[in-house]
Design a protein around this ligand. Sequence first.
Ligand SMILES: Nc1nc(=O)c2c([nH]1)NC[C@@H]1CN(c3ccc(C(=O)N[C@@H](CCC(=O)O)C(=O)O)cc3)C=[N+]21
Length: 288
Amino acid sequence: MTVLMVGKKVAKYKMEYLQDEMNYLRSKGIVPNVEIIRVGGKGDARTYENSIKKKFDYLGIRHHESIFPEEITDKVFLNFMKKKNEDDNIHGILLFRPLPSHLTDHNLIVPEKDIEGTAPFNVGKIMNGKMNGLLACTPLAVMELLSYYRIVLQGAHVVIVGHSAVVGKPLSIMLLNHGATVTIAHIYTKNLEEITREADIVISATGKRGLITKNHIKNGAVVVDVGISVDESGKVHGDVLFDEVIEKASYITPVPGGVGDVTTTMLASQVLKATKLAMSKSREYQLQ
Ligand SMILES: Nc1nc(=O)c2c([nH]1)NC[C@@H]1CN(c3ccc(C(=O)N[C@@H](CCC(=O)O)C(=O)O)cc3)C=[N+]21
């Protein structure tokens, strides 16, 4: 039998915890507040952005959006970022990427408001084996799914396919911090099949539809699909050939309906974490 790892179930479970945390903050008179920033009109994240706002509204997290034209100068943009970084009423900043190439994307967000965990300070913390900082949301969603279904990580061989800075790399470090043996495969990897077939857990995050077939999977492996690709008719697909891989997997995530449904919940969780960092005036974060 194969167990379907259902994102909505995991999200619901996590949301109950977040609601308790919101109640605590409310009792202290604090309402978490996020600044969402977008430069230029393009980008494929509109549906994602809408589901973020819906989740924030549901929890009672305040949010405000600033949208700038593509032509904004580096100086004006940096000034704006500085203002938001220094505004005590803002607990988290979400800056949609990529930015236009003339803008410098370096240390734009102070670490304590970096709810997506991409600032160098937060990346450094996780590299040092500390999981108490702000972390990347998609890798966190994968960790939450694995934990909900009680997948043992200590000693497990995990093969991650995809080495992106937002998914593959941070996820590999989180898994390492939990005692897994981690292999990262990527576009230049030779004999992908042979490598993934060794894995107890295969996690694919490439956006390449149909990349992972039954030949890539050993019997009883756990398969997590982080890939998203959209076809001509607007239908969302993962990296994994679900119908054939499910025959061999012990646990598998569907797309849609798997990791994607947990990601926005983990972003909300990071907002609450950032709010608590601000409340406690975390010394660690003050010192950087
Ligand atoms: N700072 C920053 N953070 C981001 O997270 C970010 C970004 N910049 N720039 C753009 C990309 C793009 N992106 C998407 C996320 C989900 C879907 C998506 O289609 N999600 C499906 C879920 C599919 C599933 O269930 O797995 C949905 O919402 O229905 C698309 C695009 C985020 N991005």
